[in-house]
Write a new protein. Structure first.
Length: 158
């Protein structure tokens, strides 16, 4: 586990090539690289959340994406209209640091030209949500989409 965490951090920070990462995880788990790629790329965009962003948030607010990623997967995973929703996209492998490092949160704030107090950060990892709160952001731990949308509305109306 220690080695897996180490290479995960390295690939997300852009210090390790994604193909080398897949090869090493394959060696560690005994899984073929083709199966690993399918498992790791199997996420589906959250249509309900993207429609909410497009219809209710985008007309008024700046939208950013912050992701720990080892490669630029945006065009593979998202429709062009979904990618176009983001005013700033910060991918960890491009900036050399990953969540929960404060520098990656600062990179997206700088790109959006906003302060921490003006941000609402959403993530499904409580660890990353807490890091955002430590910087002064409002933050939501995403569990399910209806609750996340309700929480965003509540914060915006506060």
């Amino acid at each position: 586990m220690e080695r897996a965490n180490e290479i995960d951090r390295a690939v997300n920070a852009g210090l390790m090539d994604y193909n080398d990462f897949i090869d090493e995880i394959g060696f560690m788990t005994g899984l073929p690289s083709t199966e690993l790629r399918l498992r790791m790329n199997g996420s589906e965009p959250n249509e309900m959340l993207y429609e909410y962003i497009r219809d209710e948030l985008k007309p008024t607010y700046k939208i950013g994406m912050l992701s720990n990623s080892a490669d630029n997967w945006l065009d593979e995973m998202f429709e062009p209209w979904q990618v176009a929703l983001f005013d700033e996209v910060v991918l960890s492998y491009k900036v050399g640091v990953a969540k929960p490092s404060p520098q990656i949160y600062e990179a997206v704030m700088n790109g959006l030209d906003v302060t921490a107090e003006e941000c609402i950060f959403i993530d499904d990892s409580e660890r990353y949500v807490e890091a955002a709160r430590d910087l002064g952001m409002k933050a939501i731990n995403h569990i399910d989409t209806p609750d996340t949308i309700a929480n965003i509305r509540e914060l915006l109306n506060a």
